[in-house]
Design a protein around this ligand. Structure first.
Ligand SMILES: [Fe+2]
Length: 267
């Protein structure tokens, strides 16, 4: 765990600035690089204790994990999805309402692979995201940006025999959050993969290439390994773009091994 100096918090009456957060981000990254140079193993996943992500500091377990003595009992209540449960409208977020949503239409696709590069088939992939203005269709989102009556921002699909998932959606906008003063999230799409039981669920985020907010965001920067962090960024694939219709992005999700995609609950 990285030890960082105490900094003023908003609760103490001093605004927590981006400058303070950025200094902590740099310090955590330098500590990680130094540790790796000293022989420590590379880490694809962030520490649960990552101080720049202020709003998470009371949200991770500090007590030892509790043994579940009969894990199969938990899995009995796990999800069972079949091809008939997921329809075309589920994976095309631009067709879930009577009208068309505003914003930049995009196609996002990729493969879900295991550590040996084998496709993970029949996997339920869910996404949720803000609209083009950076607003979630959720009552707790109070960002004063317009809601879009034609965009809910939830989608799901099953991976095919090649482990491929596919969504048509709208490019989400960046949005402010209250981690510190002037904190903005880079545009991102949340992903969930269910596996074959609730206990196997993986949650992560996909980002868009070239976003100027990357260096300022403590959630993305909590992945202190440069290569692991870059694997969270989709790439623009011109061959995926549809003439006169949409732009294409490709992003693979690797479940484990040296090329693993960071997941929010480190394994
Ligand atoms: Fe988000």
């Amino acid at each position: 765990m990285t030890t960082l100096p105490q900094t003023p918090s908003p609760e103490q009456g001093t605004p927590l600035t981006q400058e303070v957060i950025s200094a902590e981000i740099a310090q955590a990254r330098q500590a990680y690089v130094k540790a790796v140079e000293g022989g420590a193993p590379r880490r694809d996943h962030p520490d649960r204790a990552y101080p720049p992500y202020r709003s998470s500091v009371l949200r991770y377990p500090r007590q030892p994990l509790v043994d579940v003595r009969d894990p199969e009992a938990v899995e009995l209540s796990g999800p069972v999805f079949g091809v008939t449960d997921v329809t075309d409208v589920d994976w095309d977020l631009t067709r879930q309402h009577h009208g068309e949503p505003l914003g930049e239409r995009i196609h996002v696709t990729g493969r879900v692979l295991d550590r040996d590069g084998r496709p993970v088939r029949g996997q339920l992939v869910e996404i949720w995201q803000a609209n083009a203005s950076g607003r979630y269709a959720h009552q707790r989102d109070q960002h004063p940006a317009p809601l879009d009556p034609n965009f809910t921002g939830f989608g799901r699909c099953l991976t095919d025999d090649e482990g491929r998932y596919s969504f048509t959606t709208i490019k989400p906008g960046p949005y402010p959050w209250r981690n510190h003063v002037n904190a903005w999230r880079p545009a991102h799409i949340h992903f969930s993969l269910f596996g074959t039981a609730f206990t196997q669920r993986l949650v992560t985020q996909m980002y868009f290439p070239g976003d100027p907010l990357f260096p300022y965001d403590p959630i993305m920067q909590s992945v202190t390994d440069d290569a692991a962090r870059e694997r969270l960024v989709a790439y623009y694939d011109h061959d995926l773009s549809t003439p006169e219709w949409s732009l294409g992005y490709r992003w693979d999700i690797i479940l484990s091994g040296p090329s693993a995609t960071w997941i929010e609950e480190s394994r």
